[in-house]
Design a protein around this ligand. Structure first.
Ligand code: BEZ
Length: 219
């Protein structure tokens, strides 16, 4: 552990690493992360605090997209440094006020152990609240993408959905995705790694070819 002068911080997990396992208490009961993750994608996100305006818009947006995530074999799980009682009261309050039911598990990480494990506590931003992190974890438990936002800027649900679709498309079609790619756009054939593959790209007919290293195909 490093010590930046205020609080101890763990090294942050990185893309390509196994998602750290943990057992915890959530709004849907006790949960072991590796079991929750088994066979599904997981979008694991932290928010700074219950009963705050930006967080309310964000978690409501996740709840509104529950059918989208389910259709992509993806489970949602949230986290903040709040008690289970606070989470329950907030979920109920949002349901009463707006009709939106945030019924995915939300971790009550009062001792910050899970937040520390996932590098969600950025002490120069806040020492007692998680930043707005989003971890995309595949069904094998590998972290595939990480997004971090500060306390005062809400995340973009369209970008979260686009990121998930892009990761799943890249895996399924063995392609890479160019700048601003969205579902329906052409994808990039991975660049050649050998002279033979280079000659294949040069000779091949593709939907779009700028040069042998930038070839696009319909997916
Ligand atoms: C919010 O969600 O509105 C918020 C939470 C913590 C700090 C600032 C804003």
């Amino acid at each position: 552990m490093e010590n930046n002068g205020h609080v101890k911080v763990n090294p942050m997990p990185r893309i390509g690493e196994k998602a750290p396992d943990f057992e915890t208490i959530t709004t849907t009961g006790k949960l072991k992360f590796s079991e929750f993750n088994k066979g599904s994608w997981v979008v694991f996100f932290s928010h700074p605090a219950d009963f705050t305006p930006v967080c309310t818009t964000e978690l409501s947006a996740f709840a509104n997209e529950k059918d989208f995530f389910a259709s992509r074999n993806t489970k949602l799980i949230g986290l903040s440094i709040d008690s289970i009682h606070s989470h329950l009261a907030w979920v109920n309050n949002v349901r009463d006020n707006t009709g939106v039911y945030m019924d995915f598990p939300i971790i009550a990480d009062l001792d910050m152990s899970v937040g520390q494990l996932y590098g969600m506590i950025h002490p120069n931003e806040a020492t007692t609240a998680a930043v707005r992190a989003v971890f995309f974890i595949d069904p094998k438990g590998i972290i595939r993408m990480i997004q971090y936002y500060p306390l005062n800027v809400g995340r973009n649900m369209e970008e979260i959905k686009r990121s998930l679709i892009a990761l799943q498309t890249a895996d399924e079609k063995k392609v890479a995705l160019p700048v601003n790619w969205k579902q329906g756009d052409k994808a990039i054939v991975p660049p050649p790694k050998t002279l033979e593959e280079m000659d294949e790209r040069i000779a091949g007919v593709y939907d779009e070819k700028v040069d042998f290293y930038l070839v696009k195909t319909t997916v």
